[in-house]
Design a protein around this ligand. Structure first.
Ligand SMILES: NC(=O)C1=CN([C@@H]2O[C@H](COP(=O)(O)OP(=O)(O)OC[C@H]3O[C@@H](n4cnc5c(N)ncnc54)[C@H](OP(=O)(O)O)[C@@H]3O)[C@@H](O)[C@H]2O)C=CC1
Ligand SMILES: O=C(O)[C@@H]1CCC=N1
Length: 264
């Protein structure tokens, strides 16, 4: 089995790291190419996978091929590797906006496409990947790719039209969560806590809260109400967050994110 990555940047690194960390595949079964040597060196050093400057060599030697370049490079990379891609190969894409229809047209031959949207917490095995498959992909092939992706965290098979929403609710979401953690840490620093300690408290509060949602199955509103003691501190914070428009800011940001993704 060979898992290939064309483009060895942030997302490929996070996926490779998660897959290795969770023992899904050994480094010898992964190969990556990149247009710049510096990124390849970093990838080889960090993960010990094979690397090459030759995208076509990766395309030709992989059983599962991940296109992990930015969306604006998809067309040129597909044009470059088209003749090396085989009908029995699984092509995994991770770019927003690049639909199965668009991809199939670019390859201009029958190809098995699995369109995914991962996120960078894949690196620590806590990502979530939305997955949808083209019509030539069998159930077993889809299950196998989901098994590989399980090294990155959870996987959820979704309809293709929902994949744009997956971009905003998980692909891009770590950035908003990091901003929230940074903001909470700033608040703690403003009240005298050393910064490193503030990051620890803020990040653990987010981690624990997320786990409560996933593990108790309770509604987020109910969990929030459990924190708000009558006449207490939390409801004061909640009041200010509502006044400043936290919910609306998040919803509007996510709408902008989906819109951008759809038009990429
Ligand atoms: N970052 C994220 O959180 C997520 C990203 N994605 C998707 O993942 C994909 C990659 O994004 P990301 O990792 O953030 O981007 P990066 O810029 O970090 O990585 C892209 C890599 O592709 C390389 N590259 C550019 N052109 C070529 C080419 N012609 N042949 C081979 N390699 C090339 C770049 O090389 P260099 O820069 O060295 O020139 C770079 O290392 C995108 O489609 C993005 O939408 C999806 C979900 C989450
Ligand atoms: O910002 C981006 O376009 C990519 C897609 C999802 C996360 N990062």
């Amino acid at each position: 089995m060979k898992l290939g990555f064309i483009g060895c940047g942030n997302m490929a690194g996070a996926m490779i790291g998660g897959i290795l960390k969770n023992g899904i595949l050994p480094a010898e079964e992964m190969i990556g190419s990149n247009s710049k040597e510096s990124s390849l060196k970093r990838t080889a050093q960090e993960y010990g996978i094979q690397t090459t400057l030759d995208n076509r060599a990766v395309a030709g030697s992989s059983d599962i091929l991940v296109l992990s370049v930015k969306p604006q490079y998809y067309a040129e990379v597909i044009e470059e590797i088209r003749q090396d891609v085989r009908e029995d190969q699984l092509i995994v894409t991770i770019a927003p906006g690049k639909t199965i229809e668009w991809l199939t047209e670019r390859f201009a031959k029958p190809v098995k496409i699995i369109r995914c949207m991962p996120n960078t917490p894949a690196l620590v095995g806590e990502g979530i990947t939305g997955v949808c498959a083209g019509s030539l992909v069998s159930r077993e092939e889809l299950d196998y790719v989901c098994h590989i992706l399980s090294g990155c965290g959870r996987t959820e098979v979704v309809s293709e039209k929902l994949l744009d929403v997956v971009v905003s609710v998980s692909g891009s979401a770590p950035a908003y969560v990091f901003m929230f953690i940074e903001a909470m840490a700033d608040g703690a620093v403003a009240d005298g806590m050393p910064r490193a300690q503030a990051y620890k408290f803020a990040a653990q509060a987010v981690l624990g809260s997320a786990k409560m949602i996933l593990e108790t199955g309770k509604h987020p509103g109910e969990l929030k109400d459990m924190v708000c003691s009558p006449g207490g501190t939390t409801i004061e914070a909640v009041r200010v967050l509502e006044e400043k428009g936290l919910r609306s800011a998040v919803i509007e940001a996510m709408k902008a994110c989906v819109e951008k993704g759809r038009n990429m």
